[in-house]
Design a protein around this ligand. Structure first.
Ligand code: MN
Length: 722
């Protein structure tokens, strides 16, 4: 643990006006308050605030921020009170500690609802003094660095998700690239361990192949610039695993070149030199079109400045280059913290001063806070850009409901409660009636109007966006259809009995359930209603003697044997391990997406043909968006099957000797059996192909995909999707 005098020395090294007394007292106070508390690692709790303070000295923050870091958990976790802090350390420190404590409550809670009042306070706290946010980010960074000590997997992934969704975007918002990268990469590790591992393996492979290439490019660029009289430092830097992964996802590509994993950076003395260095590069190498960006003349909103360009560079590699001055570099890495200075003492104390327009958004936020006449207006204005794909709305009682972007009042209603959703007849947004398909905006106050007589409409499914709303609507429609089948079936049976002069009794039906393979009477009614069994078959089952009579007199109505569909159903029903099928329906697996046990699946009903099973992300499903009544929710009975299933992959393979041979070896080694193989596109340098492989389940196929991805000759492997 860092000793008291070491901390003071660290601060004194960059802040001549260090408040030694404050730091010493905060150190002792926090250590005493946390006392014998320990962290998940077994370390004394006090090591945590101390590490957080240490991280902030790396940002060269002022004494007040460092003291706040030391004290940031005492109010939440010990018997210390804010009043006590104010008495001992003054109003400024108390205000900062209070801000950090409140910000700590901005958590993704499972019920997804927080009181608006709290939420506003948190925003207020964080905008009131940027130092609150800096302490909170350092706190989160240290918690993420030590997350592996936390035992509960649920807690680990909750904290990681929060970091990814709230804290990393906040760090980016204030320009702290370094913090953002580290937070994201740590969170990535917990959220998608397999993805990260595969990226790391690929990185290691590419670095093995082109290791000193990076150094060669760096030296060549340095020489190029020196020859033109520009003094510059040149670096080659590896991109973070998370940024590589996100890029792969966004563009749906593999990374195959050094250029995809390295970024080159040129640091010069002045803005003028930036443009001169750019001139040198563009003069000596071919420029890759569409890559040049000038963030020096037009900085990003978070203050970032730099020139970006892409060239077909030395060693015949496409490379990305960023050119900036040392100052710009500091800001790029540390954002708002790089600007840390204070006005002279005596001049409006406490007021941090950051350089003018760069942090305009903070000022803007403050202005809105001061002038907004009502809280909703304030929320709408601030736009909550850190939650880019969410909208926050309020119930009339002021509870906050978080929804995905594009959500409608129906989604809102289901988010409040399923029953509210099921009985929703209309909605008022900001006290005005709106159509149910209206998209909600940040800060909207939504009042759902319900009626006991209302039922979900199939049409709703076309515009709702939340899973909760979708599944509730589908369930309801399914139940309702089933009810109709049941009623119809009962009428048919009654009619068949009446025709032959028999009375229909519940007992009679009970007695033939087994024979007709129905689970209960209602099920039997439904089978008849859907046309899988005729009313007469039920009658014949109850009164077998009638059958004899029938054989004798040929004039009798032609006896329909168990219909075809019914036989098929029996065969299918036994062999297909799927839940949610309507008894009596034939089942097919779609040829477009080849669903495997373990995939999320959905069924599409076709009259006379039964149910076709698709994966939930199959492109073909788009054809059925207008026919929600044909959708059936399905799930696998088991995640894996004895019977082989066919999985289909789309591959792009480099045309090199032995590529196809090694392909079949790799698949064979993973216990996959190739049943079909088709080339869809053949070029001189690569080919595209579809491969059908017998596998037991989706996991099995994923293993094969992973093995294929690690082959250098294969540039892309994807499941075929429609
Ligand atoms: Mn903490």
């Amino acid at each position: 643990m860092m000793r008291q005098f070491e901390l003071v020395e660290r601060v004194a090294a960059y802040e001549p006006a260090v408040n030694e007394d404050l730091l010493n007292r905060a150190y002792v106070y926090a250590m005493q308050k946390h006392g014998t508390q320990t962290r998940a690692s077994g370390d004394p709790y006090f090591s945590h605030p101390l590490e957080v303070a240490g991280i902030l000295t790396g940002l060269r923050l002022d004494s007040a921020s460092i003291a706040t870091a030391l004290l940031h958990d005492v109010v939440e976790d010990t018997d210390a009170t804010l009043e006590e802090i104010e008495r001992s350390f003054g109003a400024e420190i108390a205000r900062l500690v209070d801000g950090v404590t409140k910000l700590g409550k901005l958590e993704l809670q499972s019920e997804q609802s927080k009181h608006a009042e709290n939420f506003r306070k948190l925003l207020l706290a964080m905008s009131e003094d940027i130092r609150v946010l800096l302490v909170k980010l350092a706190d989160r960074l240290h918690n993420m660095q030590t997350l592996h000590y936390v035992r509960s997997p649920e807690k680990r992934s909750r904290v990681a998700r929060e970091t990814m969704e709230i804290y990393a975007p906040l760090a980016e918002r204030i320009g702290m690239q370094r913090f953002k990268d580290e937070l994201e990469d740590l969170a990535f590790q917990y959220l998608y361990p397999e993805a990260r591992e595969s990226v790391m393996a690929r990185l290691a492979y590419l670095e093995d192949e082109g290791g000193d290439l990076t150094q060669k490019i760096v030296e060549r660029l340095r020489r190029d610039l020196a020859e033109e009289g520009i003094e510059a430092a040149v670096f080659g830097r590896r991109k973070s695993p998370f940024s590589i992964w996100r890029k792969m996802q966004r563009r749906d590509v593999a990374f195959e070149q050094l250029a995809d994993i390295m970024a080159f950076r040129i640091i010069v003395d002045s803005a003028g030199d930036c443009y001169r260095a750019l001139g040198v590069l563009h003069g000596r190498y071919s420029v890759l079109p569409g890559r040049f960006k000038d963030y020096i003349s037009v900085p990003k909103p978070n203050g970032y400045r730099s020139l970006h360009t892409g060239i077909f560079g030395p060693e015949r590699q496409r490379i990305e280059v960023q050119i900036r001055t040392r100052d710009m570099h500091e800001i790029a890495e540390y954002g708002v913290a790089a600007h840390w200075h204070y006005k002279e003492k005596g001049d409006r104390k406490d007021a941090p001063q950051w350089e003018g327009r760069q942090y305009g958004w903070v000022r803007e936020l403050l202005e809105i806070l001061e002038h907004a006449s009502n809280p909703d207006e304030f929320l709408e204005h601030t736009k909550l850009e850190m939650f880019q794909d969410q909208v926050f709305c309020f119930t009339p009682r002021g509870e906050l409901i978080a929804l995905p972007r594009g959500a409608t009042p129906i989604d809102f209603a289901y988010a409040v409660h399923s029953e509210v959703g099921n009985t929703c007849v209309g909605a008022k947004v900001n006290a005005r009636m709106v159509p149910l398909r209206t998209g909600l905006k940040n800060g909207d106050q939504v009042e759902v109007i319900t009626s006991k007589a209302q039922r979900p409409s199939p049409d709703w499914e076309n515009f709702v966006v939340t899973g909760k709303a979708k599944s509730n609507i589908r369930r309801f429609i399914r139940q309702e259809q089933r009810q109709q089948f049941t009623q119809l079936g009962r009428q048919i049976i009654e009619k068949a009995f009446r025709k032959e002069g028999y009375d229909l009794t519940e007992k009679a039906l009970q007695s033939v359930l087994k024979k007709l393979q129905a689970a209960n009477v209602e099920d039997l009614d439904a089978l008849v209603g859907q046309g899988h069994i005729s009313g007469r078959e039920v009658l014949l089952a109850v009164v077998p003697a009638l059958r004899e009579k029938e054989r004798e007199s040929k004039k009798n109505q032609k006896v329909v044997p168990l219909s075809r569909a019914r036989k098929k159903k029996n065969a299918g029903h036994v062999a297909v391990p799927i839940k949610g099928l309507i008894p009596g329906m034939a089942v097919h697996f779609a040829n477009c997406c080849h669903p495997l046990p373990g995939d999320r699946i959905v069924g599409i009903v076709t009259t006379g043909k039964g149910v076709t099973v698709h994966t939930i992300d199959c492109d073909t499903l788009a054809n059925f968006h207008d026919a929600p009544e044909r959708w059936v929710d399905l799930a696998w009975e088991t995640e894996s099957s004895e019977e082989p299933f066919i999985g289909r992959l789309h591959l792009i393979v480099t045309n090199e000797p032995g590529a196809l041979g090694s392909l079949s070896t790799v698949i064979g080694k993973s216990a996959g059996n190739i049943t079909n193989l088709k080339f869809t596109n053949r070029k001189t340098d690569f080919f595209e192909m579809l491969v059908d492989i017998e596998v037991t389940d989706v996991k099995h196929l994923s293993n094969i995909v992973a093995a294929l991805r690690s082959m250098p000759a294969i540039s892309s492997v994807e499941r075929a999707r429609g």
